[in-house]
Design a protein around this ligand. Structure first.
Ligand code: HEC
Length: 140
C-alpha cells in the first residue's frame, strides 16, 4: 500500500519538476509564443542609431533574411522592404508580428525561436534605416 503511494508521489514530483523546467526555460529564452504576446510590441523600444543599425544588419545576414529579401532588403523572392509598397500597414507592430510569427501560407516563416525580442527590434531598426520611400508616409 505505502509502496504504491510512494510510487505515485514520486511520479507526481517528477512531473512537477518537469513542468517547472519547461516554464523556466520559456521565460529565460523568450521563445514561448505566449511571452511575445505579453511584451510591448506596439512600438520599437530601440532608437535608430548607428549601433543598433549595425546589430540589425549583422542579424539580417546571420539569420538569412537577405536570401529572400536581398542584402539591403531591395527585394527578391520576398518583397522589397525599402519602398512604400507593403502588404499590410507597415507600423512597428505589423513588422514585429510578421517576423516573430511569420505569414501563414507563404514562405515567410516564424523566427521567434531563433531571434530574441530585442534582436527582432534590432532587425526592424535596420529595415527602417533602409527606407527610401516618401517620408511623409512614415507612420512608425
Ligand atoms: C524564404 C524566403 C524568406 C525569408 C528567408 C524571409 N522572408 Fe520575409 N517575406 C517573405 C515573403 C514571400 C513575404 C511576403 C509575405 C506575404 O505575402 O504576406 C515576406 C514578408 C516580410 C515582411 C512584411 C512585408 C510586407 O510588405 O508586409 C517583413 C517585414 C519581412 N518579411 C521580414 C523578414 C525578416 C526580418 C527576415 C529574416 C529574419 C525574413 N523576412 C526572412 C519571404 C522571406
Amino acid at each position: 500500500m505505502t509502496k504504491i503511494f510512494l510510487y505515485k508521489l514520486s511520479i507526481n514530483i517528477i512531473l512537477l519538476i518537469f513542468l517547472f523546467i519547461i516554464s523556466f526555460n520559456n521565460s529565460i529564452a523568450g521563445a514561448g509564443s505566449k511571452e511575445i504576446e505579453d511584451i510591448q510590441i506596439d512600438k520599437n523600444p530601440l532608437t535608430l542609431n548607428e549601433d543598433n543599425i549595425f546589430k540589425g544588419k549583422k542579424l539580417w545576414r546571420k539569420t538569412g533574411c537577405y536570401s529572400c529579401h536581398g542584402g539591403n532588403a531591395e527585394g527578391g523572392v520576398g518583397p522589397s522592404l525599402q519602398d512604400d509598397i507593403w502588404v499590410y500597414k507597415p507600423n512597428d507592430k505589423m513588422l514585429f508580428k510578421t517576423i516573430a510569427k511569420g505569414r501563414s501560407g507563404t514562405v515567410m516563416v516564424a523566427w521567434e525561436s531563433e531571434l530574441s525580442q530585442t534582436e527582432i527590434w534590432e532587425i526592424i531598426i535596420f529595415i527602417r534605416s533602409l527606407y527610401t520611400g516618401d517620408k511623409s508616409k512614415i507612420i512608425w
